[in-house]
Ligand binder design. Structure first.
Ligand code: PSU
Ligand code: MN
Length: 319
């Protein structure tokens, strides 16, 4: 259901194509879950990227919501991609990684692009999608005090009222600093059935989560109040990786230190840092990190569908 408390001019229809199924669900107030596409273009290798995107959409459907993967293709923003288009995006080369600041440039150049959490959130909000599932968000990088490398995802969470379901943040980031910045930006951070902020591959980062909720309906109620208050910030829902898929924290910490050191030696900078680290981790862990990544995003998609369903029910009951 569109969040009518945030009237913004609609995106020029020449620049956006919304799949009929998604448009229909939004008009009827049915649950919709936005999905990002940088995970497809820059977060996983082919063909696992496409297989994962297709299976994540199936999870959302099984849990009663309509999936809306968001990307840029042929000079237009696309909201809702069929399997053939996902396959095309997953093999497109060259392909851009678009955060908020890149959107106009990739549209102007008609470049295919995966949208990051920040770009996906802003598009989701502009078409009226309130809930979004991803794997991990970007955050404050280790060493940010000298590099200033802080993801645009954090600023977007501070300014765009979309709930983002993730498995926390990868320990390639400085998690305590990431949590500090989320507090500064006014972003509610909810631990789903956990007291610890999860660290993507591991169920705990060692940092406490500011608030815990154990039911999707409670999270939906919080989202609804946030909207009714007219607060502009998003909401971060942190859902730990399923127990059976988690990787040992010590093993991952070693792999991450190795990958971060390699990125420094290779002089990787700016938007290339995160894709470089993700790809190195898959190699260093011989694919184990990829399997964990697939499991957690499927789990997040299911929770996001439950939250979107509860939000839709609550609004229907209140109407
Ligand atoms: N973290 C992950 N997997 C990902 C990303 C982050 O564990 O795929 C992607 C998301 O699209 C996120 C983006 O929005 O990387 C952040 O990039 P940067 O760190 O350059 O802001
Ligand atoms: Mn960065």
């Amino acid at each position: 259901m569109p969040n009518r408390r945030f009237p913004l001019p609609p995106i020029d229809p020449h620049l956006i194509e919304i799949a009929p199924e998604v448009r229909d669900a939004l008009q009827r107030g049915r649950p919709v879950v936005a999905l990002e596409s940088t995970i497809v273009t820059h977060g996983m290798p082919f063909p696992e990227n496409v297989e994962t995107a297709v299976s994540v959409e199936a999870v959302v459907r099984d849990r009663g919501a309509v999936p809306a993967t968001i990307a840029v293709l042929d000079g237009r923003i696309r909201v809702g991609l069929d399997a053939a288009t996902l396959r095309r995006l997953g093999q497109a080369r060259p392909v851009e990684k678009a955060s908020r600041r890149d959107l106009s440039a990739v549209l102007a150049a008609r470049m295919p692009a995966g949208t990051t959490v920040s770009a996906t959130m802003l598009i989701a909000h502009r078409v009226g999608i309130a809930v979004f599932a991803t794997g991990g968000i970007g955050g404050v990088h280790r060493g940010a005090e000298s590099t200033f490398d802080i993801s645009a995802d954090l600023d977007e969470l501070g300014r765009t009222p979309v709930a983002v379901v993730c498995a926390g943040a990868k320990a390639i980031l400085d998690i305590p600093k990431t949590l500090e910045l989320l507090e500064t930006r006014g972003v509610p951070v909810i631990g789903y059935r956990t007291d610890d902020f999860p660290a993507f591959f591991a169920r705990s980062s060692g940092a406490p989560v500011p608030r815990r909720m154990d039911r999707a309906a409670d999270i939906a109620a919080l989202i609804d109040i946030q909207h009714r208050l007219g607060l502009e910030a998003g909401i971060l829902v942190a859902n730990p990786i399923p127990v059976e898929d988690a990787l040992p924290a010590a093993v991952m910490e070693r792999a991450i230190r190795e990958a971060v050191a390699e990125a420094e030696t290779a002089g990787i900078r700016g938007k290339d840092v995160t894709p470089f680290l993700l790809a190195r981790l898959v190699d260093i862990t011989e694919g184990r990190s990829l399997q964990a990544n697939i499991a957690l995003i499927r789990d997040n998609a299911g929770l996001a569908a439950d939250i979107a369903g509860a939000l839709s029910d609550q609004r229907r009951a209140a109407a």
